[in-house]
Write a protein that binds this ligand. Sequence first.
Ligand SMILES: NC(=O)C1=CN([C@@H]2O[C@H](COP(=O)(O)OP(=O)(O)OC[C@H]3O[C@@H](n4cnc5c(N)ncnc54)[C@H](O)[C@@H]3O)[C@@H](O)[C@H]2O)C=CC1
Ligand SMILES: O=C(O)CCC(=O)C(=O)O
Length: 473
Amino acid sequence: MSETLARSASQPKAKYAAGIAGGGNVVREIDHFMQGVVNRNPHETEFHQAVFEFVETVMPYYLDHRKYMDARILERMTEPDRIVSFRVTWEDDQGVPHANKGFRVQFNSSMGPYKGGLRFDPSVNASILKFLGFEQTFKNALTRLPMGGGKGGANFNPKGRSDAEIMRFCHSMMTELHRHIGESVDVPAGDIGVGAREIGYLFGKYKQLAHFYTGGVITGKGIPYGGSEIRKEATGYGVVVFTEEMLKKHGKTMNGKTVAISGSGNVAIYAVQRAMRMGAKVVTVSDSRGFAHVPNGFTDESFAVLQDVKENRRESLAKFASEARGATYHAGKSPWTVPCDVGLPCATQNEIDEQMAATMVKNGIMCLSEGANMPLTAQAIHVLKDADVIFGPAKAANAGGVGCSGLEQAQNAQRLSWTRDQVEQELERIMRSIHEQCVEYAPVRSGIVDYQTGANVSSFARVADAMLAFGYI
Ligand SMILES: NC(=O)C1=CN([C@@H]2O[C@H](COP(=O)(O)OP(=O)(O)OC[C@H]3O[C@@H](n4cnc5c(N)ncnc54)[C@H](O)[C@@H]3O)[C@@H](O)[C@H]2O)C=CC1
Ligand SMILES: O=C(O)CCC(=O)C(=O)O
């Protein structure tokens, strides 16, 4: 087992498991299981982390249910169905050819066709896509829509590339990817570096290669060609709706709270907007180079500047801070040093470590909900939970995006377009239902609902029961 993993496995988990009947046995089983995962997937640290975060909360339930252990369900559900890896060759504006690595991880199709985004980022590798595909499987189960879990992407850096270069890259990516996807097989969507522009180019190429129009093959499409209202906003809106549900459960509300947000992409922008709508004061957004501080909170005016700079002009966050009244940019600094009541990390994995979580606790944070996938290290989660911070795990909190993708597929299959109000109501229903499922399976400690355990155990049971029904496949 890796040293980092061993450290995280021996300290906080032991403390957590001590509250469970047979705690010592649970710790031994987790350790033994994780040793196998590490041996089977050497060097894939992000994947180990995602599996560990899941297994440390699910193991007591697993050990209590022989039918899952006898069928080796945990071993089976931590192995992807398959991984496709391929070369993506494209030509830049100077006529120079480039070759990138493209992937699709088809993790688990027990609940329906594989479903999950595509990420374009230089950091993309098999470990990151396996962690994302694993998480996606359980997130999708929580939506209760018929979707299995998958994820894909390429180690391509879209930053600084022209529209024409992005188009050529997307067309080349789809030239291979189209063989592996389909509306009843695997349905990609966007993620980091993949938004409406990229989805348009990817879908256009698919349509050309397939010789027919099948809108349900990809989601996040533009509204004129089969996209859904609210999909663009859905992940950010969903995070805030879920957070409000958690706060309500604990006798609190978003109204009047100071909210810190990281990221300034698709998820972050619409988390800002929805939090403002709930009466919160949003004081930060960030990018990979620093953060923008808005001490008096975003206004409609500064939000419009953010949208324009990031979505239309595709410029830097420093540019936003130079144009928006009351905003300053802090290069090389983290937004998490700014005191807040509620934190919504919406950038990328592992942006908050143990030390940063301790700083947030010292600064008085009382609720944190994960907009990004795995933005906290396992140790950081323990720091927050030990300090009785209400914690919303990504699987539950950011499921609004894929939930709305499911609604887009439903509209495509019906050959209908629902109104904005219809989609938003349905999205809110999905988020409230996820909240209820978490509560159903969550222990309560010091008056705080353990949503992490609730989300993991609830989704585990659903996927596991489907796998059991199929026999040993
Ligand atoms: N787009 C969607 O519907 C969903 C996205 N997510 C997750 O939300 C997160 C954000 O995704 P999107 O907003 O779609 O992507 P995006 O590409 O629109 O925005 C990503 C943001 O994160 C920042 N960022 C990227 N790498 C960073 C780093 N190393 N350090 C600090 N900041 C960094 C970027 O500057 C940008 O502001 C990701 O973890 C993604 O997996 C989760 C559910 C659905
Ligand atoms: O909308 C989708 O299919 C995928 C969204 C996604 O990638 C995620 O939930 O992390």
